[in-house]
Each structure stands twice: as C-alpha cells, then as structure tokens.
Design a protein around this ligand. Structure first.
Ligand code: IPE
Ligand code: IPE
Ligand code: MG
Length: 260
C-alpha cells in the first residue's frame, strides 16, 4: 500500500476542546501540543519523510494578544522540549512562513532547533508559523520576476538603448515572462521551501472544511481528510484512519484508470 510522502495537518479545534472541558483556550493549545508528539511518532513509525503542521496563520494575529503571546511561548517550549527526541530520531526541524514578524525569542528558539537538527535524515518536520499561502505565492511572484529581470539586465539595457519607443521596451519586457521564458518551475523555485514536495495528504481536524490559507499552491493535487475530532483528541488511531482513507483513494492526476 502506498503511503503519503508528505502529510500536512491543519491542527484545529484546541479552543473548542478547552471550552467543552471548562478550561482556558491556552490549556487547549497545551493539550494540542501533546497531540503533535503523537503524530510525529506515527510518522516515524510509518517512515513518512515529510510532516507539515499548520500552527499559526497570518490571520491568527487577529486573536487576543494574550492568546497570541501564549502560542509563541508554547512554540518555544515545544522546540526546546522536543529537541532531544528530534536528535535521537533523526528529525530535521524546519519552518515555513514569514518568520521576521515573530517575537525575537521565538525566532531564536526556532532557529536554534533548525540549526541543531539540520543533519536529521528520517523526517522533515515543518512548522507553519505566520504562514499564508497567498503571501507565499505573492513572495514567489515578486522574487521570480526580480530574478528574470536581473538575469536579463544587459539585454534590457541594450533594448532600452536601441529603442526610443516605450511600447517596444514594454513588449520586450513582457516577452521575458511568456511561457517559454517563465514557467511553473520559475515560480516554484521561489516558494519558501522549494525542495519540499507537495503534500499528498492534507488532514484537518475539528470539522471545518476549508484550507484557511494553508498550502494553496501545493494543495493542487493533495488528497483531503476531514475529521470532526478536535485536535487535542486526535490519536494514533485517528491517524491510522486517515492513512487508510488515503490508501483507498485513487489518485488519477487527470489520467483515467488503466482498466477503463
Ligand atoms: C487551532 O485551534 C490552533 C490555532 C489556530 C493556533 P483553534 O485555537 O483554532 O481552536 P478553535 O477552532 O477555536 O476550536
Ligand atoms: C487555521 O485555523 C490555522 C491553524 C490551524 C494554525 P483557524 O482556526 O485559525 O482557522 P479559521 O479561522 O477557523 O478558518
Ligand atoms: Mg480554529
């Protein structure tokens, strides 16, 4: 049975879980962090090489300041407490998102974990923090456009020198972005983590049926698995169920089944 090479999880439902238990939202997030360990262990056991976890979206800044602060503290604590496991199990920790806006202490703790675990070979664990799929695509468009212009700067200068008409210059510049010069690969080269393969399976807990700005481009051919289970309750058995569901899917990628 073919297993997904990359599983991406939208870890949702910590707040509702806490409310149902009469606990604070922070306690819900703390309980959610324990589930993270469970899924890491499951991925290691199944030798799944890439796991992405959506931990904080760019839209999550709109939550109360206290909750946001707590989440960043939790991320720091998490990478510190999980470092021995990561080193022991050959996990390479990585991050996706616009990290420059994070509190400095969080940036340092996360960068430390990335550095310490950089030779991990068994599982790449990517935490999406301050992540937005829309922002990632915009970033890739800006960077790839700048790259094309830079690569052609001498020719651009020549065209400018040779032509007085701005229409001709614009036409030349536009041609640099036609489908022979600018391909999907040019764009993909400037995604935040260009070497990370697209997710095969995207799991979302808590019954919500949306991507909430996660991996918009990378989700193009992903299989989706939605469960009503709230993230703190998501167990190894739930993970198995998601894997089984994945294995029963037919991934056609636009083709037709061989026997048809
Ligand atoms: C997911 O749980 C964790 C983050 C978004 C950080 P929520 O905090 O969104 O939980 P609900 O959706 O309010 O239950
Ligand atoms: C999505 O969850 C983001 C993360 C899991 C980090 P939210 O709870 O923020 O999503 P919405 O707002 O319900 O779409
Ligand atoms: Mg939520």
């Amino acid at each position: 049975m073919v297993l997904p090479k990359h599983i991406a999880i939208i870890m949702d439902g910590n707040g509702r879980w806490a409310t149902r238990q009469g606990l604070s939202r922070s306690e819900g997030h703390l309980a959610g962090a324990k589930t993270v360990e469970t899924v890491i262990k499951e991925c290691l056991r199944h030798k799944i090489p890439h796991l992405s976890l959506y931990a904080f979206s760019t839209e999550n800044w709109n939550r109360p300041q206290g909750e946001v602060n707590y989440l960043f503290e939790l991320f720091c604590q998490f990478v510190k407490s999980e470092l021995p496991l990561m080193l022991e199990e050959g996990i390479r920790f990585s991050m996706i998102g616009d990290t420059k806006r994070l509190p400095e202490t969080a940036q340092k703790a996360l960068a430390h974990a990335i550095e310490e675990t950089k030779s991990g070979k068994n599982l790449e664990l990517t935490l999406a923090i301050n992540y937005s799929g829309t922002q990632e695509i915009l970033h890739a468009i800006r960077q790839s456009a700048a790259e094309i212009l830079l690569q052609n700067k001498q020719k651009i200068q020549t065209v400018i020198n040779e032509n007085n008409k701005s229409e001709d210059i614009v036409q030349y510049l536009t041609s640099l972005f036609d489908d022979t010069h600018y391909t999907e690969q040019n764009l993909r080269n400037h995604l935040y983590l260009p070497d990370l393969p697209d997710p095969d399976l995207i799991i979302r807990t808590s019954g919500e049926l949306r991507l909430s700005n996660f991996y918009l481009l990378q989700a193009a051919y992903a299989e989706f698995y939605f469960t009503d289970t709230l993230w703190p309750d998501f167990s190894a058995e739930d993970f198995e169920k998601a894997l089984t569901a994945y294995q029963n899917r037919k991934r056609r990628f636009g083709k037709i089944d061989e026997q048809e």
